[in-house]
Design a binder for this molecule. Structure first.
Ligand code: ADP
Ligand code: 5GP
Length: 206
């Protein structure tokens, strides 16, 4: 009897800009360093202080990413707040090759495209407690211009509408108190994502 390892189902983490995706991702990576890997997206936006090439994003320009998208190198791509973002096939493969569960931090447009692929991920939506709190958190993060802040907040209302529509996500977390919200996410992951993954890996093939 030999055991086999089937390809893991990825995890999609979606939510308005400022809802806490990066914060939750880094907590997940700390708590489960060997189980999850981050799909490093491409973007045409400029790096924020502290963001490293190949770590948070692959920073690129419009011409290069458009060429690569046309060449079929991307699973999905979208224009968000004046920049192009996309998940390359390689970004997901790199994580899967390490035997880790791939986490994709993507917007709603990306989610809609991923639904049409073979990936069959878990879909998690992260919600701010209110648009007012979201605005305050984005302002305190100090990463946006007045224009990009406005664009992100306008988009947030539409994203929340889609995110809370029944059937669109497997789990919704309201990021009010950080530790409370994170424990809810962790509970869902341990009780569903990792549980399914462990069962898959236990399958014995004659
Ligand atoms: P996203 O990655 O979704 O854009 P971030 O993780 O960057 O969002 O979070 C936006 C800002 O809000 C960051 O400055 C982060 O430290 C802060 N933040 C995240 N969660 C909470 C929370 N529960 N309470 C207060 N501040 C938070
Ligand atoms: P930020 O500029 O704050 O890092 O990201 C802005 C938005 O782009 C967020 O909603 C984030 O989830 C989304 N995003 C990041 N990478 C990708 C990607 O590869 N594809 C898509 N569709 N959205 C992405």
């Amino acid at each position: 009897m030999a055991s086999t390892k089937t390809k893991s189902r990825p995890l999609v983490l979606c939510g308005p800009s400022g809802s806490g995706k990066s914060t939750f991702l880094s907590k997940l990576m700390t708590d489960f360093p060997n189980r999850f890997g981050f799909s490093v997206s491409h973007t045409t936006r400029k790096p924020r202080p502290g963001e490293k090439e190949g770590d948070h994003y692959h920073f690129t320009d419009r011409e290069s990413i458009k060429k690569a998208i046309d060449a079929g190198d991307f699973i999905e791509s979208a224009e968000f707040s004046g920049n192009i973002y996309g998940t390359s096939k390689k970004a997901v493969e790199t994580v899967c090759e390490k035997g880790k569960i791939c986490i994709l931090d993507i917007d709603i447009q990306g989610v809609k495209q991923v639904r049409n692929t073979h990936l069959q991920p878990w879909y998690i939506f992260l919600m701010p407690p209110s648009l007012e709190v979201l605005e305050n958190r984005l302002k305190s993060r100090n990463t946006e211009t007045e224009k990009s802040l406005k664009l992100r907040l306008e988009t947030a209302a539409k994203e929340i509408e889609y995110g809370t529509t029944p059937g669109n996500f497997d789990f919704i977390v309201i990021n009010d108190n950080l530790e409370h919200a994170y424990s809810q996410l962790k509970g869902f992951i341990e009780g569903n994502v990792l549980k399914e993954e462990n069962n898959i890996n236990d399958v014995q093939i004659a």
